[in-house]
Design a protein around this ligand. Structure first.
Ligand code: DHB
Length: 301
């Protein structure tokens, strides 16, 4: 018998699939829909201290093999998010994603997410285009360690850190998460990217640059997880361009204990979670794997 039950540190999930932050997870009911469609957990859209309208349109564009977006971290602010969390946590496990500009802000936000019933908090250290946030705080290993340890001191739930591939020192940042006491690394967030409309001689996005997600970034994510697996001993959650069970298995075999799906939900709908899970189960039966754990990081052996 093969089982999809999945462990990520001290947390247990019915299966290894989760919705990635930013896709169908801004409201309680959209997270409920994702969980009812078979995801093992949902990660919320990143929430900050204050309401933020985000960037003006155009803030999203499809490109070959992916999408580029610069939503600008739109969210209602942490206090207003309480009601969404109340709805979502009744249905299943919610990982609360937060963004801040310093350790103190991250710690406060994490404390609120814990109050709202999140099973873990995911630190957005990796949005590629937000002034004062994301990669501006998430590419300095010292600062990452300071932020992670401040959050660890503030909450009891596991602390996940979502890292950017827009760096040549990814493993140093991963080690900083581990040194700060972080429980899990989530890799990768989007890659900084741009698209220009030649007819208008202008960038398409109002913010000019945004984050590239989707199939195009999958091999980068798989390589990132592979490198991180060699560098740290805390669990890794893989994300970036997964749209079928084989993509998910690549991440697992590179070293991910679980995985998140984002952009592909737009193409295939929330049913993608059960489709991918069924594919993994079939694969495990055929190749004789009993648990997800049996496959985690197997390419390193
Ligand atoms: C946004 C945030 C992200 O973390 C990301 O990878 C892409 C876009 C945003 O809200 O603009």
């Amino acid at each position: 018998m093969s089982s999809l039950r999945t462990r990520v540190g001290s947390l247990e999930f019915e299966n290894p699939s989760m919705v990635a932050s930013g896709i169908m997870d801004e409201t309680g009911l959209s997270m409920v829909r994702i969980l009812q469609s078979g995801a093992g957990a949902a990660v919320s859209k990143s929430v900050g201290s204050n309401p933020n309208p985000g960037h003006a349109n155009p803030n999203f564009i499809e490109v070959n093999a992916g999408c580029i977006n610069a939503m600008g971290l739109p969210n209602p602010g942490i206090e207003a998010f309480a009601e969404e969390m109340e709805i979502a946590t009744k249905e299943g496990k919610i990982i609360g994603s937060i963004y801040g500009s310093n350790a103190d802000e991250f710690a406060k936000l994490a404390g609120r997410m814990e109050d709202f019933g999140a099973c873990a908090v995911e630190l957005n250290l990796s949005c590629p285009h937000a002034k004062g946030y994301g990669i501006e705080v998430g590419t300095d290993p010292k600062l990452v360690k300071t932020i992670v340890s401040a959050v660890k001191a503030a909450v009891e739930i596991p602390v996940w850190a979502k890292l950017t591939p827009n760096t040549h020192i990814l493993t140093d940042i991963g080690k900083a998460v581990e040194d700060g006491g972080g429980d899990t690394i989530v890799a990768i967030n989007t890659l900084k990217a741009m698209i220009i409309a030649p007819e208008f001689a202008r960038p398409v996005l109002s913010n000019k640059v945004g984050g590239l997600s989707g199939n195009a970034i999958k091999p980068i994510g798989v390589r990132a997880v592979y490198d991180l697996k060699k560098a740290v001993s805390i669990p890794i959650v893989g994300v970036g361009g997964i749209s079928n069970y084989r993509d998910a298995l690549e991440y697992i075999m590179a070293g991910a204990s679980a995985f998140q799906i984002g952009t592909a939900v737009m193409d295939y709908g929330p049913e993608i979670f059960s489709t991918v899970c069924k594919g993994i189960t079939k694969f495990m039966k055929r190749y004789g794997y009993r648990t997800i754990e049996d496959m985690v990081g197997i390419v390193h052996e």
